[in-house]
Design a protein around this ligand. Structure first.
Ligand code: TRP
Length: 452
């Protein structure tokens, strides 16, 4: 089965070499694996939390989309979309907000860090803290859970958010699932072998330290002048350098083949001057970036092309999200007032919703799509076989629902206590396990009642 891998990229800055090495390059590589279904999205609602500059956000969405495409992301094989084009995300966010303990959010690192800073400044704890910042882990949980992602590649700073997403998923499952796990519990993936790139000053390359080397913006000249500003020690040409204490070397290594890096290392030890070292670094990085930069500039000059790709991506994402949000709405009780399990009939029963048998779809451990039929009391009547294609599972479920009177033609009694259900002679579901023939007969009766 394919693993669903999902990650979000906050659109509040201009991509730099650290983003490329630490996130973009490995994610694009992962997306090419045959056993991976990648969902990569621009987390532009998240960007609103940190950035009040509307033009900056708009520009960043464009730059980041162009960057990922230029770096080789293939929108045909990946679901690449913008968060704000998928209204099911904020809708799910609200449902999750309503099952999330406030105490859980109180413990979020990002929020606590703001409180600590406020305490240190002697101002009110919540000074400058918006509800966006406070409840940001819930939005992130919605991003992940809506697509039932198995794996979520993130930086170490996001680990806590993944734990919170699991916690929130479990609460929802147990509160509304009635035996069904609506949400897969996602796992964080932190790769140990991906370099954390140092910036110009040797601290982690980060927009907040203002020590970045831009990836494409500024062109080849911008790259060269940023590399010229990398801080080195004062040893002159001919004096041996210490590669292990040189962030220039670490940046070089992130782009070099192992033999190349070893050679560069020995040259530094042998006294290579910093000026020459920077020239070599520049050539190495430029060789990898140049072809992509051409593509980037072409894309940036044609925003409608990017827009079209993102719209197609949103369409793909919503083909998964829309049916799922309907099931979730149903689960929490936001149901149509006519027909189906929602109907609340008669004055006398106004307060009590009428429970009916219901179908619930789910994905099994092997990634196959299945559905169950539950009795009005929530007892399992039958469970379908696994389908590779969710649409196929939906179609079969639809046929069963509309089979009405002819239930007896579909049911095949199996041995003493079992039964199965077949359509066109093919078994599509198996009755729940029973201890006795009477129990089995009761389930068959419940099936008949459910379908008529
Ligand atoms: N919060 C993440 C970050 O700052 C970005 C993000 C938003 C994300 N939603 C996500 C990452 C969902 C993974 C999954 O890096």
């Amino acid at each position: 089965m394919n693993t669903r891998v999902l990650t979000g990229i906050t659109t509040s800055g201009t991509p730099h070499l650290g983003n490329y090495v630490g996130a973009i390059r490995p994610a694009v590589e992962a997306s090419r694996r045959a056993d991976v279904d990648a969902f990569y999205f621009l987390a532009d609602y998240h960007a609103l939390i940190k950035c009040e500059d509307a033009d900056r956000i708009a520009r960043s969405r464009l730059e980041i989309a162009a960057t990922w495409l230029a770096c080789g992301l293939d929108p045909a094989s990946v679901t690449f979309y913008r968060q704000s084009d998928v209204p099911e995300i904020p809708e799910l966010c609200w449902m999750l907000t309503c099952v999330t303990a406030k105490g859980l959010m109180n413990r979020a690192h990002a929020y606590k860090a703001s409180v600590d800073q406020n305490t240190a400044k002697g101002v009110d704890d919540d000074d400058g803290v918006t509800m966006g910042l406070f409840s940001y882990p819930v939005l992130m949980a919605a991003d992940i859970l809506l697509f039932n992602a198995h794996k979520v590649p993130v930086g170490r700073d996001q680990l806590q958010h993944l734990e919170m997403a699991r916690d929130i998923a479990q609460r929802f499952n147990s509160q509304f699932g009635r035996g069904r796990d609506y949400f897969v519990l996602p796992e964080a993936v932190i790769s140990e072998d991906v370099a954390v790139l140092p910036g110009l000053d040797g601290r982690k390359m980060s927009k907040s330290y203002n020590n970045t080397v831009p990836l494409f913006e500024g062109g080849a000249r911008g790259l060269k002048s940023a590399i010229a500003r990398i801080v080195t020690d004062s040893r002159g040409p001919g004096e041996p350098k210490d590669p292990d204490n040189s962030h220039l070397y670490l940046i070089y290594r992130a782009f070099a083949k192992p033999e190349q890096a070893a050679l560069f290392r020995s040259e530094l030890i042998a006294g290579l001057g910093w000026g020459d070292a920077k020239r070599m670094l520049c050539e190495l990085v430029e060789a990898e970036l140049e072809p992509m930069r051409d593509h980037y500039e072409d894309l940036i000059a044609h925003p409608p092309r990017i827009e079209e790709i993102l719209q197609a991506g949103a369409h793909k994402a919503r083909s998964v999200a829309t049916p799922f949000i309907h099931e979730l709405r149903d689960a929490v009780g936001l149901r149509a007032l006519v027909g189906g399990a929602a109907a609340v009939s008669g004055k006398g029963q106004a307060a009590k919703s009428v429970r009916e048998a219901r179908f619930v779809s789910f994905r099994d451990d092997a990634g196959q799509f299945r559905f169950r039929l539950l009795s009005p009391a929530g007892e399992e009547i039958l469970c379908s076989v696994g389908f590779a294609d969710p649409k196929e599972a939906g179609k079969i479920m639809g046929r069963l629902k509309s089979s009405q009177g002819d239930v007896d033609d579909l049911v095949q009694i199996q041995g003493e206590t079992g039964f199965s259900v077949a359509l066109d002679g093919v078994v599509i579901a198996v009755g729940a396990a029973c201890d006795t023939a009477q129990a089995r007969d009761r389930l068959v009766a419940a099936l008949r009642a459910a379908l008529t």
